[in-house]
Design a protein around this ligand. Structure first.
Ligand code: GLY
Ligand code: MN
Ligand code: MN
Length: 438
C-alpha cells in the first residue's frame, strides 16, 4: 500500500535532483471524446507517483525547506455538490490535506494568485516546458510581469529545469511497495491468461476470448487493462500490435494473447502463445521451442550489472541459430547471416522494455555517453522474444507460413539475480497443452 508518507519521500528524493528548485507538476488533462463525453480518465503516472492524487485539474507545488524537507501545496478542484452528483466525489482542499498529505491545499482557481505571491523571488523552477504551451505562456507572462514591475531588482526569468529525467530515473527503480502492486497485477494477469487458454476453441471469435480474459481481470479488482489486449489467432499474430481481435479462431490455429491487467496504477505485460485446442503441430512446436528456449536463457542471465545490450544480443543469436537450424534462413554461413542480421526478418522487435506504471515504462536505456544501461536491483523489464513468419513468405516451406509466436514475462532484477513475477503462467509445451485440453 502506497500512502502519503511514501509520496512525500518520493517528492523529497526528486527535489534533491533539481538543484534546490521548487517543483511544479500538473495532473493529466481530461480529453474530450465527443460532445460532452470524455475518454475515461487516468492520472498521469508521474503525477500519481508524486501525489497519489487521481483527479484531473490539479497542480502540485513542492517547495524545498532546507535540504531535507519541503512544503507541499496541492491545487485541486473544489468540492461542488451539484457537479459531484454527476461526476462523483471530489477530495477538495480538505481531502487533499487529509488524505494526500498536502501541507496546504487551494482551489485550482486560486493557483495563479497563490503561485504569483510565492514565486516573486524564485530564481529557478523545476517544470517541464513544452507539454502545454498555453500554460507555459501564462507562466512566462507571470515571470515577465515580475521583471517589468520591479526593474530595479534586475531579476530576469527564473531558470527552468525539466524534472522528468529525475522522476523517470526514480520510477525506474521500484520500491518494495511498488513490487507488491506489480506482483498483484501479475497474479491477476495470470488468472486471466489461464482462463483464456482453457476456454479457447475453434469457432470462437477473438473478441469473445478477449472478453473472458478481461472479465477475469476486472473481477479481480483491476480497474483497466495496462494496454489494449492483443488476441491474435493464426497469422494475425504476425501483426505485432494487432488489437482488432475480430477474427474467428480456426482449427489448427495458434493463439497469441498479449494482455496485462493494471493494478494500483501498475501494469503487467504478458504474452502466451498456445494451440486453439489440443496440441501444437510439428512446425508450430519447432518455432515455439526456439522462442521458449531463448526466452528462458535470457531470463536466467538476468542479474545486476548485466548491460541490457548483452541480453538483446543473446536473444538475437538464439533466434538466428534456431531459425537457421530449421533451414529457414537460406544458404550461407551462420556468421554471414549474423552480420546481415538475418534474424530481423522474423524477429523485428527488441527483447523487452521497462515495466511499471506505464506498460512501456519511463527510464533510460542508455547512459548520457551512449553506453547501454546496466541492470540494477529494483528494475523490472519484460523479456519477450518472438518469431513471426508472414503468411505470404514464399522463402520458407508452406507449413511454417503464418506462424507467430511470442512469449513474454515480467522480470524483477533482485540483488542476487532476478524474480519472474509471471512465472506461474504456463509456458512449457506440456503445461500449455494440458491447459488447452481441459
Ligand atoms: N504489450 C506490448 C508489448 O509487449 O510491448
Ligand atoms: Mn506485451
Ligand atoms: Mn512488452
Amino acid at each position: 500500500m502506497i500512502d502519503a508518507t511514501h509520496t512525500r519521500a518520493r517528492r523529497q528524493a526528486i527535489l534533491k535532483h533539481v538543484q534546490g528548485m521548487p517543483l511544479l507538476f500538473r495532473a493529466a488533462p481530461e480529453v474530450l471524446r465527443n460532445g460532452d463525453v470524455h475518454f475515461s480518465y487516468r492520472q498521469d503516472s508521474s503525477f500519481h507517483y508524486l501525489t497519489g492524487f487521481d483527479e484531473p485539474e490539479a497542480i502540485l507545488l513542492a517547495i524545498p525547506e532546507g535540504k531535507t524537507s519541503h512544503r507541499t501545496l496541492l491545487f485541486v478542484r473544489p468540492r461542488d455538490p451539484a457537479r459531484e452528483i454527476w461526476d462523483g466525489k471530489r477530495a477538495g482542499a480538505t481531502g487533499a490535506k487529509r488524505q494526500y498529505g498536502a501541507d496546504e491545499a487551494w482551489p485550482i482557481s486560486e493557483f495563479w494568485k497563490v503561485f504569483g505571491d510565492l514565486s516573486k523571488d524564485w530564481d529557478g523552477l523545476a517544470h517541464a516546458l513544452g507539454i502545454d504551451p498555453k500554460f507555459d505562456a501564462e507562466l512566462l507572462e507571470h515571470f515577465g510581469r515580475r521583471f517589468k514591475d520591479r526593474p530595479r531588482r534586475n531579476q530576469g526569468l527564473p531558470a527552468f529545469l525539466d524534472p522528468r529525467p529525475a522522476i523517470h530515473a526514480a520510477r525506474l527503480i521500484k520500491s518494495k511497495e511498488e513490487i507488491e502492486l506489480m506482483a498483484e497485477a501479475a497474479r491477476i494477469t495470470g488468472e486471466g491468461h489461464r482462463v483464456a487458454m482453457a476456454l479457447a476453441e475453434p469457432g470462437m471469435m477473438e473478441y469473445e476470448l478477449q472478453a473472458e480474459l478481461e472479465a477475469v481481470f476486472r473481477k479481480n479488482g483491476s480497474p483497466r487493462v495496462g494496454y489494449d489486449s492483443i488476441v491474435a489467432s493464426g497469422s494475425n499474430a504476425c501483426t505485432l500490435h494487432y488489437i482488432e481481435n475480430n477474427n474467428k479462431i480456426r482449427k489448427g490455429d495458434l493463439i497469441l494473447i498479449d494482455a496485462g491487467a493494471e493494478y494500483g496504477h501498475y501494469s503487467a505485460d504478458v504474452t502466451r502463445t498456445f494451440p486453439a485446442r489440443g496440441s501444437f503441430s510439428e512446425p508450430q512446436k519447432a518455432i515455439y521451442d526456439i522462442v521458449l528456449r531463448c526466452q528462458k536463457r535470457c531470463i536466467k542471465a538476468i542479474k545486476p550489472g548485466l548491460p541490457v545490450s548483452k541480453l538483446i544480443e543473446m536473444s538475437q543469436k538464439d533466434i538466428l541459430k534456431g531459425l537457421d537450424g530449421l533451414g529457414l534462413l537460406g544458404r550461407g554461413s551462420l556468421e554471414s547471416k549474423w552480420k546481415k542480421r538475418a534474424f530481423a526478418k522474423y524477429y523485428m522487435h527488441g527483447l523487452g522494455h521497462w515495466l511499471g506504471m506505464d506498460v512501456h515504462d519511463c527510464g533510460a536505456y542508455q547512459l548520457p555517453d551512449g553506453k547501454p544501461i546496466k541492470l540494477a536491483p529494483g528494475m523490472v523489464t519484460t523479456v519477450e522474444p518472438g518469431i513471426y513468419i508472414p503468411a505470404n513468405d514464399k522463402s520458407v516451406p508452406k507449413e511454417f507460413r503464418g506462424i507467430g509466436v511470442r512469449i513474454e514475462d515480467d522480470i524483477l532484477v533482485t540483488r542476487s539475480g532476478h524474480r519472474n513475477l509471471t512465472e506461474d503462467i504456463p509456458k512449457e509445451v506440456a503445461d500449455v497443452e494440458s491447459m488447452t485440453q481441459l
